[in-house]
Design a protein around this ligand. Sequence first.
Ligand code: 6GU
Length: 224
Amino acid sequence: MRIDIISVVPELMHSPFAGSIMKRAQEAGLAEVHFHNLRDYTTNTYKQVDDYPYGGGAGMVLMVAPIDKCISQLKAEREYDAVIYMTPDGDVLNQGMANALSLFQNIIVLCGHYKGVDQRVRDMFVTHEISIGDYVLSGGELAAAVLCDSLIRLIPGVLGNETSALTDSFQDGLLAPPVYTRPADYKGHSVPDILTSGNTPKVETWREEQALKITKQKRPDLLG
Ligand code: 6GU
């Protein structure tokens, strides 16, 4: 999967991609992430990317021309399956969306900043509008990093243990069961006996029961 991220502050996203699973996915050639600074696509000497909103009001709006130039240049190089705009008024990201988007080959992720982008960007180029939750961030950059993490870990071969993404919370519509590691007893808090029994089928049953119990307690809305 190739991801092209367009932003006025791409440096905000460097560290999430520079470690752990997202770094390994890139090193293994399973994910390719390219950052594009919108300022590199300006035509005026001031490298201006934003301007005052027509009709007045607070805040600045990202202009259509630099975004057009960047997206058009990318589209001339390869076909894209999606142009995603990160925005708090988009569809709220969930695991089902991540699963579907992870199947794409090439995607563009556009980060809004200030008051967002000129509406014509959305009308002309954007295929998907995504939010990561009902709260406001200063820009789409951290949301883009969250989206990319959720997609990249689903690419086959990225996670060491192939089954590990399948046992994530939400992947079967339930929260994940509790996990334990050594020592078996810590300051009087012991690991459930079933997990040290060596009885794999019983462990599986216990995990399913726990997942259901925890989902009922914490997120009954998931059970529908
Ligand atoms: Cl995608 N952008 C911004 N600016 N705020 C958000 C968001 C996105 N998702 C939740 N809040």
